[in-house]
Structure formats: C-alpha cells, structure tokens
Ligand binder design. Sequence first.
Ligand code: SAM
Length: 226
Amino acid sequence: MSTELGKLYLVPTPIGNLADMTYRAVHVLKDVDLILAEDTRTSGFLLKHYEIGTPAQSFHAHNEHKKVGEIIERLKSGTNIAQISDAGTPGISDPGFLLVREALANEIEVESLPGPTAFVPALIKSGFPCERFVYEGFLPHKKGRQTRIEAWKEEKRTIVFYESPHRLIKALEQCKEILGDRNVSVSRELTKKFEETVTGSFDELLTHFGNKSIKGEFVIVLEGNK
Ligand code: SAM
C-alpha cells in the first residue's frame, strides 16, 4: 500500500510591515504539520501575532545540507511542510533552492505562494524600466565583486541587487567608477516606518547617504546601459 506524499510549501513573510502577510500564507502555516524557519525566534513573533501554533524547526544556510535528507523522508511519509525565511520570499537570497530541488527530484509537489519580497517594490519605485530586469542577489564581499560589476557594463536591462548598510557607500563608489554615468535608485527600509527611496546620479546618492550614519536594509537598482 502506498502512502500519500506530503506537500512542500514556500511561504513568503513580511519584509517589515506585519500586515503584508497574505490570508493564504496564514492558512497554509496553520494547516501544515511542520514549519521550517531560518530562525525560530525571529519567526516566533510573526507566528504568535497570527496565532499560528504549528511546530517550528530551524532550517537555515548552516544546517540545510545536513537536514535536507531527513526533511525529504518526512515529506515522503506524508508530512506537509512549509518553509519560511526571516523575511520575504524563501529562495530569494535565502534558503529555499536546495529543498525545492530535492523535493522535485523525489516527486514531491511544491507550492510557492506569492507574497512579500524586497526587490520588487524597489524596482517599481525606481521608475526605471521594469519590463525586463536582472536580479543579482548580494554582490560577493571581496573576490569577484569587481568582475560582477564589470559584467554590467553592457547590460541593457535594469539591474537590482541587495547590499548591507556598511557596504552601501562602497557599492555606489565602485559602480560609479566602473559603470560611469548612470542613474541609480536606493530603497531603504521598505514597508517600514523610515522607508525612503532616493533616485539620481551616483554623486547625488553618495552625497545623500554619505552625510549620515547608514542604518537599515537596502536594495540598489541601476539603470541599464542606454
Ligand atoms: N528573502 C528576502 C526577499 O525576498 O527579499 C531577502 C532576504 S536577504 C537575506 C536580506 C536582504 O534583503 C537585506 O539585506 C536587504 O538588502 C533586502 N531587504 C529585506 N527587507 C528589506 C526592506 N524592508 N527594505 C529594503 N531592503 C530589504
């Protein structure tokens, strides 16, 4: 007799504003048997807010390779599992890819719910063309950083990437040096109290952000090569 397989759900969570949780995300997280969270303490706040009592286990970049086999076995034996990250959409510069790949290889059904992610509102708010764009995740910190930016010289599509607050100025300076004259848009703290989007030349943005202490979360959007 064959056991029915469980299902894997990838569930986006808010990137700042708790009200951005979708009704479906809440229902799925309440209905599954297990939630895999990057950090169970961080997600605990969200789960409590939406009265989600489903058991949660940690599943993050440092243990996903070790745990993936055991998770697949649970899915195969009928357990329905949802993966969430600290914020935004799992798999977008967050764990997600590995489990999805293994689930599909084991013929387990995967559902990816639409929902919050940081690069989409930043792209839209830039005012740059968004019919075609490239998402570059995080730039490498050291090795390969320059090469990655150099590869954008001929890129005609709008380019979107994530950067930590302490590398924002460095990223703007390097892009200016390598790419020359281009418009850039920086979105900070999207959906939160101190949300701001500043768009202009590299020099304008360097002046804007260079004059204060840089805090928060950032998305950088570059105009493509015209
Ligand atoms: N999975 C997330 C998503 O779907 O956007 C991305 C997770 S990644 C580890 C975290 C990075 O996303 C931050 O360093 C920042 O670049 C960007 N980010 C997340 N929340 C943001 C927000 N509220 N405003 C601006 N950028 C944000």
